[in-house]
Design a protein around this ligand. Structure first.
Ligand code: BTN
Length: 255
């Protein structure tokens, strides 16, 4: 299969009925020389992975479970967090294009609707000598799951486009939009750098201006989310009025 409207992304697609994780499939394709832009899609994942070792529930036929292989040229390892932010913008714009649902981004990479998560992004990169050899951009999106189909342990924090928008969405149309947005934003990034991505991200963010708590390896930090810095890190004004820059962590809205 190949995707229309794209020139490199999605020009090769591996479509699987079931797999453990599309991340692993994409990684083995990368290691065997598949080109940048190769896309792996699965109807079902039996061992879908989220960030921080969490499981990603991926039942058959209900969502988009996909991994995109990218081979950025001469990019430092610090590119991966920016690619995560770029992907969040692409997903958000794609959702808004195919549905009425008002999707927003929670730093760094969750897509929320009405405060609950519809999509998660996991970017894994493999590098050599400080440069990226390849990145695998994993996107998991709850599309046509009914409320009763969400596992009870996540029902208060997760949702789906069907639950929020009340209508089923054609997954192939949405996949096409996500990949097209990604290709366009990636081109923009290559020609203009991170600055325009940062502006688009900030416009879609549900985090900015909010009082949040960030769980970092160095402990919890509470303050007001002010924006992204020029590298994509989160700028936080903490409770004692100090500006803090946060490179990685988990955000809780509301402090
Ligand atoms: C997160 O929010 O923790 C990230 C979730 C990423 C899930 C996707 S589904 C497709 C790809 N394959 C996986 O095993 N994980 C990612």
């Amino acid at each position: 299969y190949a995707l229309q409207g794209c020139t490199t992304f999605g020009q090769r697609i591996k479509l699987l009925e079931t797999t453990v994780s599309t991340q692993e499939e994409a990684r083995s394709l990368a290691e065997s020389g598949s080109p940048s832009g190769t896309l792996v899609l699965a109807e079902e994942q039996t061992g879908g992975r989220g960030r921080q070792g969490r499981k990603w529930y991926s039942p058959p036929g209900k969502g988009i479970w996909m991994s995109l292989l990218l081979r950025p040229e001469q990019q430092p390892l610090s590119f991966a967090p920016q690619l995560t932010l770029l992907t969040a913008v692409a997903v958000c714009r794609a959702i808004r294009r195919v549905s009425e649902v008002d999707a927003g981004i929670k730093w760094p990479n969750d897509i929320l609707v009405g405060g609950r998560k519809v999509c998660g992004i996991l970017v894994e990169s493999v590098g050599e000598d400080e440069l990226i050899r390849y990145c695998i951009v994993g996107i998991g999106m709850n599309v046509n799951l009914e409320g009763s189909e969400l596992p009870t342990e996540v029902s208060s924090i997760a949702t789906s486009l069907l639950i929020e928008g009340g209508q089923r969405i054609d997954r192939s149309v949405l996949i096409g939009e996500v990949v097209r947005e990604m290709e366009q934003l990636y081109e923009l990034y290559r020609s203009e750098g991170f600055a325009p991505i940062r502006i688009l991200w900030e416009a879609l963010s549900v985090t900015l201006g909010q009082r949040i708590t960030v769980k970092t390896t160095g402990g919890d930090l509470t303050g007001t989310a002010m924006g992204l810095d020029s590298t994509g890190a989160l700028a936080l004004l903490d409770e004692s009025g100090e500006n803090r820059i946060i490179f990685s962590g988990e955000v809780q809205l509301g402090g």
